[in-house]
Design a protein around this ligand. Structure first.
Ligand code: NAP
Length: 240
């Protein structure tokens, strides 16, 4: 029976991992919570680039790599495609659809941090929802801005920033309360897709707020792509 190496670190990947039996392996970078209630094996930490992953695939007699990492985790996805190709093992990927702007939405697409800060120049109260990257730029906050940064990390912050160390999913009710309490004037987001963090876009729409959206990175071609967990699980037909 084919032994699966599932690359995760997302809610979708965890849903897949919950269906895998003991011979399969769920791999995490180690930045977030490590589940301790899975039937499958769990390994934590980098492989050491694509060469390291290729060695792992060969040593552990993996027969299929499944990339269910976040759409912005471009390095591990590139490594997965390269490593599996190098050892002649198929690579499948869950490629979650991005969100689409709806009528009246004001999305300002940016490609990198420099474009992002330029797009934020007219605003005073941005809500950052794209992970820890803003934490490295807290000493660059323009004088007129106060930042709110929502990410997994707890952090001391700065007098001109508030760090919200919370983990999704986020409800519409909770987002409405947050937005009205903090009076944000712009939302900064990745186009992650899925429902877990989508409520902020709905609240931005309700309040007529612009969204500065970081473009998705290019991801490698793989042997099979799936748009949903259900489709992937059906194709896997996994069992222990
Ligand atoms: P990345 O830039 O693509 O990967 C950086 C390095 O982290 C990889 O080269 C690899 O190290 C290691 N790594 C990443 N995912 C791994 C996994 N599942 N198993 C083992 N090693 C892994 O990734 P990232 O953007 O830092 O994301 C790290 C993790 O957080 C991923 O699991 C991703 O799914 C999750 N995540 C990311 C985001 C996001 O916005 N980027 C959001 C939610 C969750 P080696 O080269 O040493 O193998």
């Amino acid at each position: 029976m084919t032994r699966v190496l599932l690359l995760g670190g997302t809610g979708d990947a965890l849903r897949i991992a919950r269906q895998l039996g003991s011979r399969h392996v769920y791999s995490l970078a180690g930045l977030g919570k490590v589940p301790d209630d899975l039937s499958c094996g769990v390994r934590v930490g980098g492989f050491g680039g694509s060469e390291g992953m290729a060695r792992y695939i060969a040593d552990e007699r993996i027969g299929l790599v499944v990339d269910a990492t976040h759409p912005y985790a471009a390095q591990i996805s590139a490594n997965a495609a390269k490593a599996s190709g190098a050892v002649g093992v198929p690579c499948w990927a869950l490629r979650r659809q991005g969100w689409k702007p709806q009528a009246g939405d004001d999305w300002r697409m940016v490609g990198d941090w420099a474009e992002l800060t330029a797009a934020l120049a007219p605003f005073n109260r941005p809500l950052f929802t794209l992970g820890r990257e803003p934490l490295a730029h807290l000493d660059e906050i323009p004088p007129q801005q106060f930042w709110t940064v929502r990410c997994l990390d707890t952090y001391e912050g700065s007098p001109r920033a508030r760090i919200l160390a919370t983990r999704g999913p986020f409800t519409l009710k909770g987002e409405r309360m947050l937005f009205s309490a903090e009076a944000f004037d712009v939302v900064v987001s990745k186009n992650s897709g899925g429902s877990a963090t989508e409520a902020k876009l709905e609240v931005a729409r309700e309040r007529g707020l612009p969204v500065v959206m970081l473009r998705r990175p290019e991801l490698p071609a793989v042997d099979r792509e799936f748009a949903s967990v259900a489709d992937l699980l059906e194709a896997l037909q996994v069992s222990g």
